[in-house]
Design a protein around this ligand. Structure first.
Ligand code: RNT
Ligand code: ZN
Length: 423
């Protein structure tokens, strides 16, 4: 970085710092807090939710990345190399969110219900070397035993048993990951189960799902190392009329079992926002997980950008002091643009949203609200939108020794020429 750009960033930061100080906001404190918030970066953006098992299956549980941008990761080594490149462009220290289908079995076929921690030892060593935590997910889709569209809520005992066993081994893997990396691993269960067309029995599959989950959670796992989460969904491709694991189902289940609830931003009606739900859920649960995503007209998993909803999510976490209790993970997969750029754009947007929220004079706004001055509240909220948070963001990037502004894309383009083009 040249001195002149460094000076420019610092000058702009100094001015911004004064503006915020006038409102009682300490920008240094905000950045100190921001540095401590990890974002869990989803492995599956790197290879279009493919995994490396090469199983034959007719259905992917409705999960499908669109696009065929060249250079996708074909092996775990390539995926690690790619995500390392993305991480070099992100300020702060983050986490990596791994799916069971990214196991490394040394060329041997290992069924998902007998996976062992050793099949993830290379991932764990890699994370250690980079100082990353890892979160984990059973892969209950893209498998012949998921082709019926049902897994943990299947009427077939054998199918159900297989997926119960898979989820149990995943919790054990999560426990090992958490212990090895000295930071608890959040293991999130999402299943695709549902019907394309109108069912006559909505209850029986839910009872089966409850029984399956009970069996999965009955296995004793150290909560210091592994935290269990369940992720709901409203509908999917091929499950338009009914999804067993609905929001109401998992909300009730998470409260009953005191486990984490996962809210995916794309898993509700298009005008229904997860930001609004966080405060209710956190009144009853100790922790939760977010899958920050961007649906466009449906659960399309577009790359996260700095939308009003993203800002609202960050505001809820900051205003209610939930940054320690709500785990922030990303869930998008776009194969129509450079996949590394997708990671960088989405993760940077999430960090920016958190920064903007941390720069809010929340105490003042709260005073206005409690004294009934709604005029003052609205006026201030509107005024805050044009404060110079961009200058604070650029200063943060510089401080963290990552490219300021659009400079990061030059790095991605160089990587595309030197590495991706050869694949
Ligand atoms: C699917 C869920 C789920 C997946 C990942 C790959 O609708 O959102 O979280 O996207 O597990
Ligand atoms: Zn999700």
């Amino acid at each position: 970085m040249s001195n002149s750009s460094g000076n420019h960033v610092e000058t702009a930061y100094g001015l911004a710092q004064e503006r915020y100080a006038a409102l009682g906001v300490d920008t240094e404190k905000a950045l100190e807090k921001l540095r401590q918030v990890p974002i869990s970066i989803q492995c599956w953006q790197g290879d279009d939710v493919g995994g490396f098992e090469h199983v034959e299956s007719v259905s992917g549980g409705g999960i499908q990345a669109t696009g065929n941008y060249p250079g996708k990761a074909r092996t775990a080594d390539e995926l690690r190399q790619d995500v390392e490149q993305a991480i070099r462009l992100l300020p702060g220290r983050h986490r990596f969110n791994l799916h069971a289908m990214y196991a490394e079995t040394g060329g041997k076929k290992v069924e998902r219900n007998v996976l062992q921690p050793e099949h993830f030892s290379r991932w764990i060593e890699w994370a250690k070397s980079l100082g990353l935590g890892i979160d984990f997910n059973p892969s209950c889709f893209a498998h012949p035993l998921a082709d019926s569209g049902f897994t943990l809520s299947s009427y077939d005992d054998g199918i159900r048993r297989f997926w119960i066993e898979h989820c149990v081994v995943c919790r054990k893997i999560g426990e090992t990951i958490g212990r090895e990396l000295r930071t608890p691993c959040v293991t999130n269960i999402w299943i695709p189960d549902g019907y394309k067309d109108i069912p006559i029995d909505r209850k029986a599959p839910r009872e089966l799902l409850r029984e399956s989950l009970d069996q999965i959670l009955a296995v004793d796992i150290d909560a210091n190392h592994n935290r269990d989460a369940v992720e709901s969904k409203l509908f999917g491709i091929g499950s338009e009329s009914y999804v067993t694991g609905s929001h109401e189902f998992y909300l009730a289940y998470a409260v009953e079992k005191k486990i984490l609830l996962c809210l995916d931003a794309g898993h509700f009606h298009p005008t229904e926002m997860i930001s609004e739900k966080i405060s209710s859920i956190m009144t009853f649960l100790d922790e939760m997980l977010l899958h920050v995503s961007r649906g466009v007209r449906w659960d399309s998993d577009h790359v996260v950008i700095l939308t009003d909803e993203l800002r609202a999510i960050a505001e809820e976490l900051v205003r209610n002091k939930l940054l320690q209790r709500v785990h922030v993970g990303l869930d998008f997969f776009d194969a129509s643009i450079n996949r590394i750029a997708a990671w960088v754009i989405g993760t940077r947007a999430m960090i920016k949203a958190l920064l903007i929220a941390l720069l809010e004079p929340t105490d003042r706004l709260r005073e206005l609200e409690r004294s009934g001055d709604y005029t003052g509240r609205l006026a201030m909220l509107e005024e805050l939108k044009t404060l110079p948070y961009g200058a604070v963001w650029e200063y943060y990037c510089e401080q963290q020794a990552v490219p300021v502004g659009l400079k990061w894309i030059e790095e991605v383009r160089r990587y595309e020429r030197e590495i991706l083009a050869g694949r």
